[in-house]
Design a protein around this ligand. Structure first.
Ligand SMILES: *Cc1c(COP(=O)(O)O)cnc(C)c1O
Length: 397
């Protein structure tokens, strides 16, 4: 090798890692394929397309996976949260406590019922609802707490259950970020009134759009089955085949039942849940090892077994948006989970929230960036994302 070639090489490797214009790292990729196609084919060969036997099969498989008595399939986590709130008879005049560091769906579901959202700030190290702050938010009107298992990390459900029991209110888990999480020997839906899952396109198990509710309560399950289909007294599928019998509508429900086509997509994924979670965990460990000592980067603390739905880093607030744009130019898919809900225009304008109301949620909301994470994400992709983050941090300093 000539001297000049050597020098060039040395110069090249000593530079900050370069952007590779041919490189693209997706934020998320699903892994649905042949198994799901076969499952859909099987469903198409039967009679039911809407809510039928495949939904029932999925519900019992997910209930068995969780170890929770009942699962009710619905059209989305948003609809599931609304149904649970309605099943608990929550409405105008009531208050529901939740975190401002979540997707808008959590708070919006409360607003749909006519109840009031009462935000409570998060723990600054985990981004999870801080039980020690929740109790002070409880008033005689409070009917429920909705906790969010942010990024796939389970919140302190035991502490929240104690608070809820002391005040005779309900505890609901927004478990949109996974079914695979565990903490203190608990799974979602085990000691809460209900846990609600999302099967939206980017979640850890998906049918494009869908959701489910887990509960150990027989009475709640019965009410949810009715509410998910217009408040009709009997499930449509259960009327199939028998002698004609009139159905009745006994309360005002919704059109929110999962379909057999969605269940057909979801059923084959249940067996892969733990393998996929383990693959995401490997990715997270690689990110963490590479980023632990990087200046201007802070990592979220984790307790228990996370579903590892999202991997987020905290960067300086003043440079966060610049960093998002620079990632885009480098071909890396990134997003923000989440800017604090109370500061979004509708919430500000309708309820008069101002900056500083929930400082920890705002701080994380202003600093967070979610990096690519999915089971098939390659280690070289992670290394590229890390190298880009380091480069961008230096260039924006
Ligand atoms: C995605 C998400 C929802 C909404 O789920 P959908 O199934 O899209 O309605 C609710 N809460 C959180 C925390 C989410 O991330």
């Amino acid at each position: 090798m000539t001297i000049s070639r050597l020098t060039r090489l040395r110069v090249h490797t000593s530079l900050a890692p370069m952007t590779d214009p041919s490189r693209k790292v997706e934020f998320y990729r699903h892994d649905l394929g042949e198994l799901e196609l076969a499952s859909i084919r099987e469903t198409l060969s039967g009679v039911f397309l809407a809510t039928g036997p495949r939904v029932a099969q999925f519900e019992s498989l997910l209930a068995a996976y969780l170890g929770v008595k009942h699962v009710v399939g619905v059209t989305s986590c948003t609809d599931g949260l609304l149904l649970v709130l309605r099943a608990l008879d929550i409405g105008p005049g009531d208050e529901v406590i939740t975190t401002p560091l979540t997707f808008i769906a959590t708070a919006n579901a409360v607003l749909y019922t006519g109840a009031k959202v009462v935000f409570s700030d998060v723990d600054p190290t985990t981004g999870l609802l801080d039980p020690s702050q929740v109790e002070a938010k409880i008033s005689p009107r409070t009917k429920a707490i909705i906790v969010v298992h942010l990024y796939g990390q389970m919140a302190d459900v035991r502490a929240l259950r104690d608070i809820a029991d002391r005040h005779g209110i309900a505890l609901i888990e927004d478990s949109a970020h996974g079914v695979e999480m565990r903490r203190d020997g608990l799974v979602p839906g085990q000691i809460s009134d209900a846990a609600v899952f999302s099967f939206y396109a980017t979640k850890t198990i998906t049918c494009g759009d869908g959701g489910a509710i887990a509960t150990n309560s027989d009475a709640l399950r019965q009410r949810l089955l009715r509410l998910r289909y217009h408040g009709i007294s009997k499930e449509m599928a259960s009327r199939y085949g028998g002698p004609y019998a009139h159905w009745d509508m006994v309360e005002l429900g919704y059109k929110a039942a999962m379909t057999d086509l969605d269940a057909a997509l979801l059923i084959p994924q249940i067996e892969r849940l733990d393998k996929r979670r383990a693959a995401r965990e490997q990715c997270v460990r690689r990110y963490e090892a590479a980023l632990r000592d990087v200046p201007d980067v802070e990592l979220i603390q984790c307790h228990g077994i996370s579903a590892h739905h999202l991997f987020t880093v905290l960067v300086p607030a003043a440079r966060r948006d610049q960093i998002l744009v620079a990632f885009g130019s480098a071909g890396v898919g990134v997003t923000v989970n989440y800017r604090a809900v109370h500061l979004l225009s509708y919430y500000r304008n309708t309820f008069g929230y101002a900056e500083g109301s929930y400082p920890h949620a705002e701080n994380i909301g202003n600093r967070t960036i979610s990096l690519p994470l999915w089971p098939g994400l390659g280690h070289e992709d992670i290394d590229y994302v890390v190298a880009q983050l380091k480069r961008i941090l230096v260039e924006t300093r």
